[in-house]
Design a binder for this molecule. Sequence first.
Ligand code: TAP
Length: 475
Amino acid sequence: MREYELLIDGETLSRTERETVNDPSSNQPVSSIALANESDVTSAVEAAESAFERWRTVDTVSRGHYLRDIAAELRTRKTEIAQRHTEETGRSLLDSKRSVEYAAEYFEYYAGLTHRINGETIPLSHEEFDYTRREPLGVTGHIIPWNSPLLLGSRSIAPALACGNTVVAKPAQLAPMSILELGRAARDAGLPDGVLNVVSGSGSTAGEALVTNEKVQELTFTGSKTVGLHIRNLVSDRLIPLNLELGGKSPNIVFADADLEAAADGAVKLFSNAGQSCYAGTRLFIEDDIYDEFIDHVVSRIEAMDVKKDPNETEISALISPSAQSEVSSYVESAIEAGGSITTGGRIPFGEGNFYEPTLIENVPDDAAVSCEEIFGPVLTAFRFDSEQEVVERANDTEYGLYASVWTTDLNRANRITEHLEAGTVTVNNYASPIPQVPFPAYKQSGIGSEYATAALNHYTKIKNVRMTVDRTLR
Ligand code: TAP
């Protein structure tokens, strides 16, 4: 059992209150984690507040160097951090190594943007000079989920630091190790004490203490809609920027003229990370003319996927917890009760670990729970459609609006459909993962705020306008 402690003001602080992290692929304990109480969170915020006074004055070129050094340290420790990430998430070591690489890329991307946090000059009368400055916010709070902890944590921590803010991060109790490793790596890479603090602990104690701390000037939360709304209510009497990155129920639309092999490859991407991804294409709409043929393509791919106990051999990783596994089972049972049929999968393959077979469900109504609610498991639901109008209406008939995908070789159709889909990201002829360089906005109940790309620089700064009277007379 590895021991992990809190990271506050550059120090690792041991606590007697602890929680065990279990490996999802075996449910065996792998680490013991210190749990932060309210006063620990207060100390972390105070350390971040005091570090902010120095960090905000670090010139942008040097800030970029700090971020690049964090990226380099993550790469140096790639194997070790990836092992912890595999133990806490159940994902393969290869997948976890990719997560460490992606995390490093976030720090490098924002390192390159520190000198682009520009204001603008606004021409006024001859006697006035007006310009804007983008200033950091102060202490930012980051509440991180378990499904891709290192990547999703880095996604917001890197731009927050790049903009001159300091950070208090609260990882998920089920998967806190890789974020604690990130904190250690940043400290050992030379990031000044207090600039990045990590308070492992429960959402109800450490999470709420962070959310309600009045010194916190910004909150970024990635997780469920229920907790996101609760957090928004908790801060409703404070005017601070909020980033809420919530759930999804993404439509994946395949027209008869599409490259069906490529579209089938895209359709089964849902199964990576066992469907535990906010942008997973869980609703597969297939044009009637090619429905049966396309289903065959999808089924052959699903049935070729191995579910094995070893996280390095399985193509379908374990679900995060036994309760997540039973929730997925319940959804599949409810689909059958609603008239649906299981084409393939639909079972727990073995007793050990939280695995679930990759599952395809057909013939289920649009209003069944499995068709409308976020399952966060390896369950794909297929539907037939006849026309563009019909599929757009059905695709949009969800409270979420995070991501949508269209497969067609008709460029005009692609443009028509993308214009009408209510989603922050629409991909055409691919099912691409979010990357630092492109924005990842959310429509409807999938969230508010802006992450990724240069949009994050606006989120993590506030504008100050300076309007100056000048005497332009040469003397
Ligand atoms: P949640 O249960 O909402 O937990 C997310 C984080 O919030 C965890 O760190 C959790 O802590 C913390 N938390 C729980 N209650 C809290 C409270 N009262 N105050 C403050 N923090 C609290 O979500 P999850 O089950 O981990 O993640 C799955 C959800 O995240 C899905 O809906 C998924 O779609 C969404 N997600 C969205 C995105 C994007 S980019 N939109 C990306 C990934 C995941 P503890 O768990 O430690 O208690």
